[in-house]
Structure formats: structure tokens, C-alpha cells
Design a protein around this ligand. Structure first.
Ligand code: NAG
Ligand code: NAG
Ligand code: NAG
Ligand code: NAG
Length: 322
């Protein structure tokens, strides 16, 4: 009994401080009416009571600016964004070209990828929760069951030569902090950080059962990271990553992202059918000109698992802003 009021008194200053902070940040967002987590939005005071409301470009979907926007909505916004004077190099007609990496996706009512994507044509295919194709293409009669979850993402970075190798523990702590603070990904989903100069690997792992309502999805955190690493940050007012490990800048030279689904992908290519585990790879080369997505399949020597590679060569940019 006696503890009740004591506790209440003690927590009062903290509570009012928290309230003040909440009011202050709310007021700042209101005064400005912009979306701090997604610059591909249009914001206005059309919400109830003149509240600042932000809608994603391309879909008009209302986004929650206190968390990350889903990758599906971001891809959609990207497809509709004007390409200001970017000169693109067209690959040869005979090159193995596919648009898998970049397409205008169909998103569901929560902004997630629909299991079946048809690209506004009569060509359809099934995707996983990161929007990557995981079946052969078919026609409008193609059926995709539930969306297959990508539960393991391996991000492989190569950094530019540094004066000396980074300390593994420092790097580990810095990258975990980045994912937590910048992408709001709860630390338990960063399974491991591996390092062998100049390659860094970040493993993200998240099963549906581990994901609480409101938790950021690893698919979205990885996509925000990918765009940051390419110098095309989705956060307003920033170009890319500004990472330092004990004062030494970490400059990313190349990023590869491997997606592992809960179920193996279903490609009819003979070499793939018997795969126990399959890895889908998206390679992002920020410094290479031209847009092309190459689908290459190759067999791991071990024969234990097969790999499907989807390469997305980055768009031509003025220069490396990594
Ligand atoms: C929004 O706020 C930022 C800093 O909080 C300020 O630099 C910027 O000028 C503001 N923009 C507008 C349109 O008021
Ligand atoms: C998707 O649509 C775009 C534009 O309409 C087209 O250029 C592309 O070839 C299509 N991709 C596929 C896989 O059908
Ligand atoms: C996540 O799910 C996969 C496949 O269902 C399973 O192999 C793995 O052990 C699970 N991981 C955790 C941490 O529960
Ligand atoms: C926006 O996201 C935050 C963080 O996940 C959550 O707490 C809040 O309830 C969400 N707001 C709405 C309107 O969904």
C-alpha cells in the first residue's frame, strides 16, 4: 500500500519528461509535415484535424512515418518516380536480360508483396516476401499459394582498402547499432556479423513466429540498407551510409544480398529441381553502368545446394557516393 504513492511520485518526473519529448517530436513533425523515414512520399495536412498525412508515391498508400515503409511500396514508388536525365546504357538484345530486380509490383492492403505478380501484362510469376521471383513465369492462369517468407538474408559487403583491418568486435557492434538505430530492426534479428578483410557478412534471420506486431521486417531493413549502400538513401536529407568504425570510415565498394526462403524456389530447370536448399542472390553493383538483370544458374561444387543468381547492375550515376 505504502509503495504505491511512492512509486507514482518517483515516476512522475520521468513520465512528464517522456510526455514532453513525445509532444516536442510530434510538434516538430507537424510543423514540417514531411516523412522522416521515406522521402518517396507526398505529405499534406489532409488528415483528420489537419494532421500531417503522408502517402507513398505510385500507390497513394498512407504510410506510417515512424517506421520503415514496406519494400513493395518502395519499389512501386521507384517505378513511378521521374528519372531525371539519367542516361542509361541499353544492354544488347541478345544478352540474358530480365527485369526481375525492378518491376512495378502489386502490393496487398498492408503494403506487402502479393504472392503473384503480373507486371501489368499477362506474364505472371510467384515471388517471396522480398519480392524476388521464385518460380518460372507463366500466364494469367498461374497460381501462387501463400506468400513464401524469406527468413534468412545474408548481406555481403566488400569495403574499400582501409589503412588497417577493422577490429571485428567494433565492426560487429557498429553494424548492429546501425540496424537497430537507423532501420529500427530489433537486435535479436541480426544473427551474426562475420569479417575477413575486405569482406563483411551480415546475417539477418527472422521467422514469422519470432516477429511481434510492429517489428520491422528483415526484408524492409535489408532494402533500406541496400539503397543506403548504393548512395540512394530513402531517408530525406541523406545520400548514403556514413559509417565509422573507431574513427575510420567504412566505405562500401560492393554489396551482394542473398535471400533464403522457407521453401526452396520452384524453377523447372533440371539442375535446380533436386535442391535441398536454394539461395537467391541479388547482386548490386553500384559502380557499373547500365541496367540489366541477368539470371544465371550454377551448381555448387558440393552438390548440396543450388544457387540462382539474379544480378541487378546499378543505374548509371554521376559517381560513387558510397
Ligand atoms: C523542416 O525541419 C528542418 C529541421 O528540423 C529544417 O531544416 C527545414 O527547413 C524544415 N522545413 C520546412 C519546410 O519548414
Ligand atoms: C514488365 O513490364 C515492363 C514495362 O511494361 C517490361 O519492360 C518488362 O519486360 C516486363 N517484365 C516482365 C518480366 O514481363
Ligand atoms: C526459423 O525457421 C526455420 C525453418 O522453418 C528453422 O530451420 C529455424 O531453426 C528457425 N529459426 C529459429 C531461430 O527459430
Ligand atoms: C506506426 O508504427 C509505430 C512503430 O511500429 C507503431 O507504434 C504505431 O502504432 C504505428 N501507427 C499506426 C497508425 O499504425
Amino acid at each position: 500500500m505504502a509503495r504505491g504513492p511512492g512509486l507514482a511520485l518517483q515516476s512522475q518526473p520521468l513520465l512528464s519528461l517522456l510526455l514532453l519529448a513525445a509532444v516536442a517530436s510530434h510538434a516538430a513533425a507537424e510543423a514540417n509535415c514531411t516523412c522522416p523515414t521515406n522521402k518517396m512520399t507526398i505529405c499534406s495536412r489532409d488528415g483528420p484535424g489537419g494532421r500531417c498525412q503522408c502517402r507513398a508515391l505510385g500507390s497513394g498508400f498512407e504510410v506510417n512515418c515512424s517506421t520503415l515503409t514496406s519494400k513493395c511500396l518502395l519499389l512501386k514508388a521507384r517505378m513511378t518516380a521521374p528519372k531525371h536525365g539519367r542516361s542509361l546504357v541499353r544492354p544488347s538484345e541478345h544478352a540474358l536480360v530480365d527485369n526481375d530486380g525492378l518491376y512495378d509490383p502489386d502490393c496487398d492492403h498492408e503494403g506487402r508483396f502479393k504472392a503473384r505478380q503480373c507486371n501489368q501484362t499477362s506474364v505472371c510469376w510467384c515471388v517471396n516476401s522480398v519480392g524476388v521471383r521464385r518460380t518460372d513465369k507463366g500466364d494469367l492462369s498461374l497460381r501462387c499459394d501463400d506468400l513464401v517468407r524469406t527468413h534468412h538474408i545474408l548481406i555481403e559487403l566488400r569495403h574499400r582498402p582501409a589503412s588497417r583491418a577493422f577490429d571485428h568486435a567494433d565492426l560487429d557492434a557498429q553494424l548492429r547499432r546501425l540496424f537497430h538505430e537507423r532501420y529500427q530492426l530489433p537486435p535479436r534479428f541480426v544473427a551474426a556479423v562475420h569479417y575477413e578483410q575486405p569482406t563483411i557478412q551480415i546475417e539477418l534471420q527472422q521467422n514469422m513466429s519470432q516477429k511481434a506486431p510492429g517489428d520491422v521486417d528483415i526484408a524492409d531493413a535489408a532494402y533500406y540498407f541496400e539503397r543506403d549502400a548504393k548512395g540512394e538513401s530513402l531517408f530525406p536529407g541523406r545520400d548514403g551510409l556514413d559509417l565509422n568504425v573507431r574513427g575510420e570510415p567504412l566505405l562500401v565498394e560492393r554489396t551482394l544480398i542473398y535471400y533464403l526462403d522457407e521453401k526452396p524456389p520452384q524453377f523447372s530447370m533440371k539442375r535446380l529441381t533436386s535442391g535441398l536448399i536454394a539461395v537467391i542472390v541479388v547482386i548490386v553493383l553500384a559502380l557499373v553502368a547500365g541496367v540489366a538483370v541477368l539470371v544465371i544458374s550454377n551448381r555448387r561444387k558440393s552438390g548440396k545446394y543450388k544457387k540462382v543468381e539474379i544480378k541487378e547492375l546499378g543505374e548509371l550515376r554521376q559517381g560513387p557516393s558510397l
